[in-house]
Design a binder for this molecule. Structure first.
Ligand code: FAD
Length: 142
């Protein structure tokens, strides 16, 4: 038994509608529960950032499907590492769409999400991606 988390960023091929986002979250709930994968998905400026956490084989299986999904491109793994405990143990997949209000409320984080998630910037600052996921996960609202 080996618990890991995997964090990636990607770019939506086209701006996704609310029904399309709901379909992605419905598939996440349907598929993540049986394999005990939990996590958080952020969507901002046409970009995604997601953390998947669970048993290594389960996380890699879910990520393999996600990476092949034609609804997004430039899927870039920022981190894949063992963890002691989950950060989002009760969420099959938390979700937050970030907007201008979030940038105003979080000026120190705004440069890292207001224009999408840049893998070069996030990759150069270990821990920042998870800080963002935890910050907005903790403040999650519908
Ligand atoms: P279905 O949802 O029924 O889909 C069947 C096939 O059609 C899949 O290959 C799917 O990729 C494709 N498809 C569906 N709708 C469209 C569309 N509008 N345009 C093009 N192709 C389409 N899945 C998870 O299980 N867990 C996750 O945490 C998760 N997170 C995701 C995060 C992002 C940013 C994206 C883009 C997708 C995510 N998905 C997630 C969805 C994942 O990529 C697969 O689509 C899904 O796992 C397949 O579920 P399913 O087997 O029930 O098939």
């Amino acid at each position: 038994m080996s618990l890991i988390h995997l964090v990636y960023v990607s770019t939506a091929r086209a701006e996704l509608s609310q029904p399309e986002l709901r379909r992605i979250l419905a598939a996440s709930a349907r598929n993540n529960v049986p394999v005990e994968v939990t996590g958080m998905l952020l969507y901002s400026g046409g970009c995604f950032m997601q953390v998947l956490e669970g048993e290594e084989a389960a996380v890699d299986g879910v990520y393999g499907r996600i990476a092949a999904d034609p609804r997004h491109k430039d899927v870039t793994v920022l981190e894949r590492a063992p963890i002691e405990a989950r950060s989002f143990p009760t969420w099959t997949m938390g979700f937050r769409q970030l907007g201008t209000g979030d940038a105003a409320d979080h000026p120190s984080y705004a440069p890292f999400f207001a224009h999408g998630f840049d893998p070069r910037v996030l990759g150069a600052r270990p821990g920042l991606a998870l800080d963002l996921l935890r910050e907005f996960g903790a403040n999650q609202r519908d």
